[in-house]
Design a protein around this ligand. Structure first.
Ligand code: HEM
Length: 97
């Protein structure tokens, strides 16, 4: 396997055992002004600690990943997602109470 392949760089064995729950959403949005397909992937990952699980992996990939040749990054966002609420609890209570 190529040492700069996406799957190798993303594998836990190359990232101190780090794992993440991923949910990709493919999209196709017609053609752009050059007649090229306007398509891609919304990459979504669920992690407990972005500084430990996401940022180091993304930083390495942006420098080394062979897949980058075929990608154009258009935006990103980070959301805090509170856990489910137990009986008599409100959503986010563990974070804000
Ligand atoms: C948007 C462009 C991306 C494409 C097209 C893409 C594509 C793929 C494909 C085809 C695989 C192998 C099949 C699978 O496990 O689903 C994979 C695995 C993986 N990708 Fe991506 N990916 C993208 C972005 C990212 C980003 C931004 C990250 C995180 C920084 C990431 C992290 C991972 C991880 C952790 C694996 C599993 C590695 C393993 O456990 O072996 N990917 N990706």
């Amino acid at each position: 396997m190529a040492t700069n392949s996406h799957v190798r760089l993303a594998h836990p064995s190359q990232n101190d055992g780090v794992q993440m729950l991923r949910r990709g959403y493919n999209f196709t949005d017609g053609s752009n002004e050059l007649g090229r397909l306007d398509a891609g992937l919304f990459f979504v990952a669920f992690v407990r600690d972005p500084e430990v699980q996401y940022i180091p992996m993304q930083t390495r990939m942006s420098a080394q990943d062979g897949l980058m040749e075929y990608l154009q990054h258009t935006g990103s966002a980070l959301f805090a997602v509170p856990p489910g609420a137990a009986q008599d609890e409100w959503v986010g209570q563990g974070l804000f109470a």
